[in-house]
Design a protein around this ligand. Sequence first.
Ligand SMILES: Nc1ncnc2c1ncn2[C@@H]1O[C@H](COP(=O)(O)OP(=O)(O)O)[C@@H](O)[C@H]1O
Ligand SMILES: [Mg+2]
Length: 230
Amino acid sequence: PYTGSGVQASAIAIDKVFTKRIWETHKLPTPRYRLIESAERAHLNEVADDLRLPLIVKPPHEGSTIGITRVLGYSGMAEAFELARKYDDAVLAEEFIEGRELTCAILGEGKQAAALPLVEIRAPGANYDYHNKYFGNETKYVCPAPIEDALGETIQQLSLRAYNALGARGWGRIDVMLSKQEEPYLLELNTSPGMTGHSLVPIAARAVGISYEDLVLRTLALATLDQKAP
Ligand SMILES: Nc1ncnc2c1ncn2[C@@H]1O[C@H](COP(=O)(O)OP(=O)(O)O)[C@@H](O)[C@H]1O
Ligand SMILES: [Mg+2]
C-alpha cells in the first residue's frame, strides 16, 4: 500500500492538458487554453489573438512554476515557447486569470473526501514563482482565505468535484485562481503536494486543529492497495 493517489490519477494530474480535458467534460471551470505547436510567427500570433494577451505559457508536465512565463505582448511568445520547450515536448498556453490565488487541500476519497479551509497565497507583485515558492519569505499565506462564505464553499465544492473527477484519493491540493469578477478557475491538481512544516496542506490542516503529526497519521491511515489480495 502507499499513501495518496494511485498510478492512474497521479499520471493524469501530472499532465495539465489531460487534467483540463477531463475537467472540461465535467463542466468544471479551468482557464481556456491552446497547445502551441510551433514557433512559427503566424501560429504564435493566432494563439495570442485567440486567448488574448497577456497569457500564460507553461510546460504541462512540470511543477514548482518551472518554465512558466506570463507573456505580455506578441513579441514575448517565441521566447516563452522556447523556455517551456526546454522542459517538455508539449507547450500549453492559457488564458491569464488576473486576480487572487487560492489553493484547496483535500483529504479522503470519493464521497468521504473533504476540503480543508482555503489558503490564499499573496506573493510579491502577484508573482508566485519558484523563488517566491521556496526561498523568499515575502510570500504571505492566509488561512482561512478571507472571502465570502458562500464563495469559499463554492470553490471547495468545485475542488472536490475536480479531485474526484480525476479519481484522486488520500490527499491532494487543487490550485485555483479567482478572477476580479470573483469567478474561480481551476489550474491543477497536485497529488503529492509539499509536506514540510510550512507547506500549504499543513497550513490548511492546522486551521481546523489538525496538527502536522495528525495529518501524517491520517494520510498513512488512508493508504490503500490498488488491488485486493486474492
Ligand atoms: N492561467 C493562469 N492565470 C494566472 N496565473 C497563472 C495561470 N497559470 C499559472 N499561473 C501562476 O503560475 C503558478 C504556477 O502554475 P500552476 O499551473 O499551478 O503550475 P505548477 O505549480 O505545477 O508549476 C500559479 O500558482 C499561478 O501563480
Ligand atoms: Mg501549482
